[in-house]
Design a protein around this ligand. Structure first.
Ligand code: SF4
Length: 434
């Protein structure tokens, strides 16, 4: 006879950025002990937790659609909405069917405690107080058994107030994680088998705690023996110390990879966006990075259709993206956010034009990625393999090339030197070297 577990079943879904993923992993692990059993999102559950995103209108709509889907497929489940959208759109979210908890960014790590009261809750509970500015700690490690890489949050919030962005309202002002607390989690992640960790935050380059900056965090993480790679996720252009690039050039665990949001390639638009650099400053930095680390992979974000973006401004952005040593871009359509300063700017760009411009940039990005891949053919690189699909093993280089090989061995979580033979769609086909 099968014994029924008396534990409540809980599942998770994450929208948005890498930081949200890092946070979901931590919150999920905080439920591993206690009255809950964590199940896959596709399985029936008593509670479904959705970590929300509010960076664009689409992000908002996605939450509403997912709530409807959960109600359709899993009608007995109670829903907890947490994170950015929960922080700034609490009233709206509280009206959605079966949503019982709206938990903002300051309280989401207390979710396991909040959900102790599961059965006594009959009306939506809104728990979204103001976000404190102090340095923070995270008590649980975000061990992620499904991936070789683990995200580790070291910073949150932002003081830059770019005119298109609501993040300073949704995530609060810039603050850093206590230095020792980062090291504690990194050691646990490494001991659990993660060979690569990805440093995440909203404005990573502003990290400051215990007189340590991001460079010193990396220096200390490099000393953890079982860790092979340290990767930096998206980082603001004006906050990257040149020593960081020099470190990538030397023998280091720091990946030869940067993702630096450009947003526009035209100075007037950058000014309207309240970005903190000019095209020339951005260009100088790119060139320095590429000269110092010739094999570096650099990606960027671009916003298309910001208010006032003319055909000429867009052409300037295209040309800059074409000539800069950028290897791919993420293209975002401008989306008016109710708390962002750009909401009152004139010069709305019609949707059709935004779509056409986005398409042009996406195609350019694909071409540039291919050119980058071509420069690497014939070379031998270290690949960290993750999983097997359709008889190929898939992994990533430190400079962000997706690689596949055929092998009778189990390559999960193995770092292997691989020779690059040819491009196959979005990946490079390789052969193992020994
Ligand atoms: S740097 Fe600008 S875009 Fe990035 S989170 Fe801060 S305000 Fe938003």
């Amino acid at each position: 006879m099968i014994k029924q577990s008396s534990k409540k079943r809980i599942s998770f879904y994450t929208f948005g950025c890498r930081l949200n993923q890092a946070e979901t992993a931590v919150i999920k692990n905080s439920f591993q002990a206690g009255n809950y059993q964590v199940v896959d999102f596709a399985e029936p559950a008593d509670v479904v937790v959705v970590n929300t995103c509010t960076v664009t209108e689409n992000g908002d709509a996605d939450t509403r659609k997912l709530v409807s889907k959960i109600n359709r497929l899993n009608p007995r489940a109670r829903i907890a909405l947490i994170g950015c959208q929960a922080q700034i759109q609490k009233e709206k979210l509280a009206k959605l069917a079966n949503v019982y908890w709206i938990v903002g960014n300051a309280k989401k790590f207390d979710l396991a405690e909040i959900l102790q009261e599961l059965d006594s809750v009959s009306t939506p509970q809104v728990i979204a107080p103001a976000i404190p500015r102090e340095a923070f700690t995270i008590p649980v490690a975000g061990i992620d058994t499904d991936h070789t890489r683990a995200n580790i949050k070291i910073q949150d919030g932002c003081d830059f107030f770019c005119s298109f962005c609501e993040i300073p309202y949704a995530r609060g002002r810039a603050r850093s994680r206590e230095f020792q607390n980062i090291l504690e989690e990194a050691r646990l992640l490494a001991a659990a088998g993660h060979r690569e960790i990805v440093l995440t935050g909203i404005n990573l380059g502003t990290y400051a705690n215990a007189e340590k900056n991001i460079l010193q965090v990396i220096e200390e993480l490099e000393k953890i023996e079982q860790l092979d790679r340290i990767r930096i996720s998206s980082i603001e252009p004006t906050t990257i110390p040149r020593e960081l690039i020099q470190r990538m050039a030397g023998p280091s665990k720091l990946c030869r990879y940067l993702h630096i949001p450009l947003q526009s390639g035209e100075d007037q638009i950058l000014k309207r966006m309240a970005r903190k650099y000019t095209v020339k400053e951005f260009t100088d930095f790119m060139e320095y990075a590429k000269q110092t680390v010739p094999e570096i992979c650099i990606g960027t974000d671009v916003i298309v259709g910001f208010p006032g973006e003319t055909d000429e401004h867009f052409a300037a952005t295209c040309e800059l993206l074409r000539i800069l040593p950028l290897d791919y871009f993420h293209v975002f359509s401008y989306s008016k956010r109710s708390l962002a300063q750009s909401r009152s700017l004139t010069g709305t760009v019609p949707q059709k034009i935004i779509e056409r411009r986005s398409q042009i940039l996406r195609e350019l990005s694909q071409r540039k990625r291919r050119v980058f891949y071509e420069t690497q053919l014939g070379t031998t690189q270290n690949v960290l393999f993750e999983n097997q699909k359709n008889s190929y093993w898939f992994g990533l280089t430190d400079h962000y090339i997706r690689v596949k090989v055929r092998s009778p061995e189990n390559l999960t979580n193995q770092l292997r030197t691989t020779r690059f033979e040819r491009i196959d769609g979005q990946t490079v086909l390789g052969t193992l070297n020994g």
